[in-house]
Design a protein around this ligand. Structure first.
Ligand SMILES: Nc1ncnc2c1ncn2[C@@H]1O[C@H](COP(=O)(O)OP(=O)(O)O)[C@@H](O)[C@H]1O
Ligand SMILES: [Mg+2]
Length: 362
């Protein structure tokens, strides 16, 4: 009984000390093997790649992830391409009780409808031309594990209905099949589109949306967490730097400055490939600006002459205005004549704007 509960061994009384020592040694050896097996499988399956970043949004995700992972709830990951949705999905899987079973990923935008349906649910022999034998789909293949549905917004309406059934009833039917098959998979879905918008436009079923939108984790674009760039860049440098000749172990201050002012439309994926490329081109074991791509190296002309350089990704003008107003209120200690002076405004305009942003009661 004790063995069933996880005991390594059990003894009949009276206990033989020599035997006891051997058993303990074996138990330790066993643990050591398990540990080295764990390290090996982390190398073999990149699933356990760390989530880098200390921006509050990322920290919060990392904080709740272990709890979220242990539940079997559907997770919806949102964020632009390259923001780390798949990294999170793989971490969810490896932190979950399902980590010994497969993690399978499918891009919902990559296959034509009919093939996609059979990819997900499998098909029976003769279900369509070319279906020479029965094949199981991803829902069955991922049994006990996790299925990552990437770009979920691209799923066509008729397949959405079948997905909803799979999520709701935990049952699927193979294409051309007659029996229902019970499934045991955890779903993690991802999208770089606004699903609510797609629901409003009639392109996405509202009921499926509600089924998916139980635990939503939003990944910010890299330009909204520039403070993570140094750590991410160092991480990718540690990963790829040794491939350089000589090994590249440093990013110069000027290169870092340029990377911090770039908008990163391709997000973390773009940063990773910029570093990987720079390592190949670097000459003295350092990433200097000349090995950065031109769009990062070449600063927008004439920016020096601007009072407030407009960041490459642009700004929310109203937010800038509100922020300046709040700073003026704070610095003037709420003395509006003084605050108005700080912003070179008339008293009337100043108070009007404070009210407009709700900084003071209207
Ligand atoms: N927080 C992160 N920490 C470490 N690597 C990351 C992080 N976010 C993204 N990456 C890396 O960036 C690349 C793109 O990430 P991915 O998860 O595929 O993005 P998405 O699925 O949102 O398109 C991958 O190579 C991944 O390893
Ligand atoms: Mg992706």
């Amino acid at each position: 009984d004790a063995i069933k509960k996880g005991a390594y061994y059990y003894f009949e009384k009276p206990v033989d000390r020599a035997r006891l020592l051997i058993i303990i040694e074996r138990a330790i050896e066993n643990l050591r093997l398990r540990e080295s097996h764990r390290l090996l499988s982390e190398k073999l399956f990149p699933g356990a790649a760390p989530i880098i970043g200390e921006h509050p949004s990322i920290r919060e995700i990392k904080r709740i992830l272990p709890r979220v992972a242990r539940s079997d709830a559907v997770i919806l990951l949102t964020g632009e391409s390259g923001t780390g949705k798949e990294v999170i999905a793989r971490n969810v899987h490896s932190m979950s009780g399902r980590s010994a079973a497969p993690f399978l990923a499918v891009n919902c935008a990559s296959l034509p409808d009919t093939l996609f349906e059979s990819e997900l649910f499998g098909h029976e022999r003769g279900a369509f031309t070319g279906a020479h034998r029965r094949e199981i789909g991803l829902f069955e293949a991922a049994s006990g594990g996790t299925l990552f549905l990437d770009e979920i917004a691209e799923v066509k309406l008729d397949i959405q209905a079948k997905l909803l059934r799979a999520l709701q009833e935990r049952e699927i039917r193979r294409v051309g099949g007659k029996e229902n098959i019970t499934i045991d998979v955890r779903i993690v879905a991802a999208t770089n589109r606004d699903l609510e918008e797609a629901v409003k436009a009639g392109r996405f079923r509202a009921d499926l949306f509600y089924r998916l939108n139980i635990l939503k984790l939003a990944l910010p674009p890299l330009r909204d967490r520039l403070s993570d760039i140094p750590e991410l860049a160092e991480y990718f440098l540690a990963k790829h730097g040794e491939k350089g000749v000589p090994p590249v172990r440093e990013i110069t201050r000027e290169s870092m400055r340029l990377m911090l002012r770039y908008a990163w439309p391709g997000n973390v994926r773009e940063l990773a490939s910029v570093i990987e490329r720079a390592v190949v081109l670097a000459e003295e074991g350092r990433i200097t600006p000349d090995v950065l791509p031109p769009e990062i190296r070449d600063e927008p002309a004439g920016h020096v002459s601007h009072l407030f350089p407009l960041p490459p990704a642009g700004v929310d003008f109203e937010k800038v205005e509100e922020s300046l107003l709040r700073q003026a209120v704070e610095r003037s200690g709420g003395v509006h004549t003084r605050g108005a002076e700080l912003l070179r405004m008339s008293y009337k305009t100043y108070v009007y704007r404070l009210k407009k942003f709700g900084i003071i009661p209207a």
